[in-house]
Design a protein around this ligand. Sequence first.
Ligand code: AMP
Ligand code: MG
Length: 407
Amino acid sequence: MACCDEPKLLPVAHAIAQMQTAVNAVTQTETLPLTQLLDRINAAPLYANFNVPGYDNSAMDGYALYADGVSRNFTLVGQSLAGHKFTDTLKPGECVRITTGATIPQGANSVIMQENTQVQGTQVQLLSSPKPSDNIRRAGEDLSKGQMVFAAGHRFGPVDIALLASLGLAQVEVKRRLKIAVLSTGDELTPPGETLAEGHIYDSNRYGIIAMLNRLNVEVIDIGLIADQPDLIRSAFTRAATEADAIISSGGVSVGDADYVKDILTELGEISFWKVAIKPGKPFAFGRIGSAMFFGLPGNPVSAMVTLHQLALPVLQVMSGAQPEPVLQLTASAVNGYKKRPGRCDFQRARLYSDGQQNYITSTGAQGSGVLTSFVGANAYAVLEAERGSVATGELITAIAFDRFLQ
Ligand code: AMP
Ligand code: MG
């Protein structure tokens, strides 16, 4: 190890891998119509049971004919419209009017765009020489019969749902949604909408956490705000563990006098680790209570969002039965320098942009773990890897553009 001021910290990648190994994917499934499939996780591989498209068809409005490379004058003998095909076989020198998506008639090998023709009565003169296969969409060009279309674990997006419909599927078997209990701990916290007493702050974490979980399309069980009292925390955790697949709490996880989360987690279940080499967000607890996995996020609002996004989400995705989503990492030139000591991987909030030649990344300002505004103004993380020290302006650094969970 090059240099670590806190050598007992668990590297981020190890923490994620360790957690992903410790959890199980939900096994229960349900069958849903296409209209309810968005962001649901495919339960079993899906195969095409016919070719898509099912028949050779025209990519253009024009004339279908046999292109022999020489003939330019054709006789119009009929039409093939989408949904109404021409049933005879074309003879050489004959053509039919054809519309986009209509079946290519027997005897035709090419479609000429109507813009490249001159038509008088039944005489069609070609203004260019079509080649065989021009403007023909072949049967099976999109999908061939028997081909796997979606693997198990695939999350269905809008285009996926259109493809399922094109295969004639009206419903699909998906994993059931995860149930996740969310709670905030802290005597100083007040729910938004109520009057703030002296020395109190509003509970912001629970709302950010629930919003991010909604993007993951899980069932959220809002346990609410729990004061820093061991009995209350104990009963909230116990209730959450019976109702949910996972519990996400924030606050009370470090070593202060009112930080009971770790002790109660140890008492009711087990704790696996709680110090990850991540900044912001070092106090992070992972464990289980009964069959529910437990994620104890730090109380500071920026730390809570970063640890939920960077540490817990990749684990929750595995629990939901999904294939973990690949993270798109870019390289960008640092517009400003960063002061840093090796030890923790720093996820600075920043703006990523390009001048068409190169990517640039610039800090969004004060990076304190309570400063949500610099997170709000950001569109990417400037990632300063654990082993890295200070960064000078102009150095290349890793950028991770915010994904659908943060934007
Ligand atoms: P803790 O981890 O409980 O020591 O909290 C660290 C800091 O985060 C303190 O300043 C807390 O007031 C603040 N904090 C804890 N929970 C929340 C919350 N749910 N919303 C906003 N700030 C919080
Ligand atoms: Mg607290």
